[in-house]
Design a protein around this ligand. Structure first.
Ligand code: FAD
Length: 380
């Protein structure tokens, strides 16, 4: 079965060519090694008009389907999922404005984002609320026409980059765990914010941060949706789109890892022959490719179901779970196949491995995905 149409396959090929020719794996590697945001690539992609592709036409987007977008994320991530995330995390965060923003908010933010002038980071997690994301305690109190925000957020990727607006889950009401949550849009230069980079294993080019908020004043007009809509916005639609996108990204990176391992195995000679000739290596590669193909089909299915607007919590969780674990597995095996060479940054495999370790944690851990799958199985 070929899941994609001829047009989608052409789109896939053109994104792949663009990444290889116009961006290049050396650039992506260097951004990771230098812990530097791939700003030049972000700007190039904005100029190509690709930041606006998945947005509805009534806000100036191209109305691209989730499946076509997933195909794009897959190819953007072929040399590293964090590069794909650097482009797509602001996109699927900005999508919240397209879906829930007022006409003024859409006008304020979306044209500037499509032009590459601003970025978005999403700040859900806190020291005390990781998997239990709805337990967020960062407090926003309405005083006149401003919210005063106090608290601490953790693990916010990209919050410290220039011209970034943080889309933050805050607590506006203590009486109800989920209905007491709201979303505020806070430019990262707002007084009272302190943003500190964290030296995490992955997400090096985007940089993950912790954020301290001390009496941060945010106009009430910067609330997305109504007070109490926070969990519906972030816990529902946002995370669904995020998980479909990252699943596709993990597939792209995992395929990159398998292709590199395969090429290496055919070139590297030991005991007078290519190591590919050893059955143990060939079988390892066969398992790796089988797993990547299965992950790809799960990711495409989830994206297709999201396009058809059918209930797909289980399928999205399966795609995220399997694709993230696939990236972890194939990059670990890729290092094994490459031997010592696989541990060097130049081989790119250690980066896939580090990013694979993050993949089963960020956006909801593997344990949480399994819990959601089982919950959905029981409900039907
Ligand atoms: C590099 C990086 C970037 C990130 N970027 C962002 C970002 O941009 N924005 C953002 O908001 N967050 C971000 N995160 C946070 C990420 O979403 C959380 O780390 C994740 O949700 C897990 O939360 P935790 O780390 O607090 O782990 P915990 O929730 O403390 O979990 C610890 C362990 O317990 C398990 N566990 C917890 N609850 C259950 C349960 N009910 N059943 C079974 N097992 C359970 C978990 O699966 C895990 O194995 C990022 C994290 C990292 C590492």
């Amino acid at each position: 079965m070929n899941f994609l149409s001829a047009e989608q396959l052409m789109w896939r090929d053109s994104v792949e060519r663009y990444v290889d020719k116009e961006i290049g794996r050396e650039y992506i590697r260097k951004c990771d090694m230098d812990r530097r945001h791939p700003d030049e690539a972000f700007q190039k992609i904005a100029k190509m008009g690709w930041l606006k592709l998945p947005f509805p036409e009534d806000v100036g987007g191209d109305g691209m389907s989730t499946l076509d977008y997933a195909v794009m994320v897959e190819m953007l991530s072929k040399h590293g999922v964090d590069f794909g995330v650097a482009i797509t995390l602001p996109t699927f965060t900005a999508m919240n404005i397209a879906l829930h923003g007022t006409p003024e908010q859409k006008q304020q933010y979306l044209p500037a984002f499509f032009a590459g002038e601003i970025r978005f980071a999403v700040s859900i997690s806190e020291p005390g609320s990781g998997s239990d994301a709805a337990n967020a305690q960062t407090r926003a109190r309405l005083e006149g026409d401003h919210y005063k925000v106090d608290g601490q957020k953790l693990w916010c990727s990209g919050a410290g980059l220039k011209n970034t607006v943080i889309v933050m889950l805050v607590r506006t009401d203590k009486s109800d765990k989920r209905k007491g949550l709201s979303v505020l849009m806070i430019p990262n230069t707002t007084p009272g914010l302190t943003i500190r980079p964290l030296n995490t294993l992955a997400r090096r080019s985007i940089t993950t941060t912790e954020i301290f908020l001390d009496n941060v004043s945010v106009p009430a007009s910067q609330m997305l949706g109504k007070p109490g809509d926070g969990w519906k916005i972030i816990g529902g639609e946002h995370l669904q789109l995020e998980r479909v996108c990252v699943a596709a990204g993990y597939v792209g990176a995992a395929q990159g890892a398998v292709t590199d391992a395969l090429n290496y195995a055919q070139q590297r000679e030991q005991f007078g022959k290519p190591i590919f000739e050893f059955q143990v290596i060939r079988h390892m590669l066969a398992d790796m490719q089988t797993q990547v193909d299965a992950a790809r089909l799960l990711a495409y299915r989830a994206a297709d179901m999201a396009d058809k607007k059918v209930h797909c919590v289980k399928e999205v969780a399966m795609a995220k779970l399997f694709a993230s674990e696939t990236l972890q597995t194939v990059s670990r095996q890729g290092i094994q196949i490459m031997g010592g060479h696989g541990t060097l940054p130049e081989a790119d495999m250690e980066r896939h491995f580090r990013e694979g370790m993050q993949a089963t944690i960020g956006g909801g851990t593997s344990q949480i995905q399994r819990t959601m799958i089982a919950q959905e199985m029981r409900n039907r």
